[in-house]
Design a protein around this ligand. Sequence first.
Ligand code: ZN
Length: 139
Amino acid sequence: MKTITKYLTFHTEERFKLINITQDIVKVVEESNVSEGICLVNSMHITSSIFINDDESGLHLDFEKWLQKLAPHLPTKQYLHNDTGEDNADAHLKRQIMGRETVVAITGGKLDFGPWEQIFYGEFDGCRSKKVLVKVIGE
Ligand code: ZN
C-alpha cells in the first residue's frame, strides 16, 4: 500500500472566503503515484471547512448570503461562545454546516469526480494561517 500525507496552509485577507483547492489536491494525488485508492482532505481548524460543490460565482455568493443569514457575525454578543472572549461563534456554526472533510475516490490515478465537482476550502474566520490535511492511500 502507498500512502502520502501533506499539510497545506491557507491565509486569507478576508474573514469569509471560499477557495477552489482542486489543483492543490490533484498535485498531491499525482505525487502519491496511487492509481486506485482514496483521498481524504480535511480542515484542521474548527472555524473552516472542506467541501465539494460547483465552481460558480453566483452559487458562492448564495452560500455566503445563506450562511450569513443562518449565523450572522454581528452582533457578536448574541452567541454564548463569544462570552469566552472570542468573537468567532458564527464561524464555528458555519463550519458545522459546511463540513469538516471530504473523501474522493482515486480511479486510474485521478480524482474520480462527478460532473462539476470541485474541492473548496471555506474560511469563516480568516486573517490567520490555517492548515488542511491531505492523505492519499491506495495501490
Ligand atoms: Zn471560537
